[in-house]
Each structure stands twice: as C-alpha cells, then as structure tokens.
Design a protein around this ligand. Structure first.
Ligand SMILES: [Zn+2]
Length: 118
C-alpha cells in the first residue's frame, strides 16, 4: 500500500496493512513544512531468534509507532523530537515501513519462554 504524501492534509489518512501475522494500523497526518506524522499500532506475532539459545520462537508484538515522514531531504537543523524517515518519491510505502519496523523489533534482544525463567 502506497500513499501519496501530497494527498495527506490535516484530515488523517487511515491505513491498515498486514504482513505475515502483524497488523500495522494507523494514520498519516500533515504536520508542518515537509513533515507528515505517522502514528500507528503494530499488533500480532513475529518469528524471532532467542538471543540466548538461538531457538526461533513467536514473539508477541504490541507497540505504538510514531515518526515523521519527510517529503524529500530532511533539514536536520529542525528541532524535532521524533525520528524522521525521508521519502524521495513523495509517497509513503506502508508495506516497506511495516517491514522495517518488524526488522527493528527482530534486531532487539529477545529471549524465548524457556530462557526467561531464571
Ligand atoms: Zn531461548
């Protein structure tokens, strides 16, 4: 699912995509300058590897995600307290954003249920 940034105004544009067992549901809303706010929830399960024993297991995901999408090069002097993702084709590729969020979660430290019991 791709959303053209030019179509995003003060009225939020909803999206709802699913990858494997994770749902990414939220909205885009125009903020200021070249910035579009993305606010969404990640819900579901993803397979990830236990940092201790190396076994794959299903991790439950329930996270709120909030960042800016910048239409073009982001002026890093701007005073922003959120992460900024640059878009160079003036679209927000929601599937791609979801995939990178999942990769981010997987790259964190996680231990499976067997390893959690000390
Ligand atoms: Zn483990």
């Amino acid at each position: 699912m791709k959303i053209k940034l030019i179509k995003v105004g003060k009225t939020p544009v909803d999206f709802d995509v699913t990858s494997d067992e994770i749902t990414f549901k939220g909205y885009l809303e125009y903020d200021s300058g070249k910035l579009i706010l993305l606010k969404a929830n990640l819900n579901g399960f993803t397979l990830c590897q236990c940092s201790r024993c190396g076994e794959e297991f299903k991790l439950e995901v329930d996270e709120e995600v909030k960042f800016f999408i910048c239409d073009g090069v982001f002026d890093s002097d701007a005073n922003i307290d959120l992460d900024v993702v640059e878009s160079f084709d003036s679209t927000a590729d929601i599937d791609e954003l979801l995939n990178s969020e999942i990769e981010l979660i997987k790259s964190d430290y996680h231990s499976c249920n067997n390893c959690k019991t000390e």
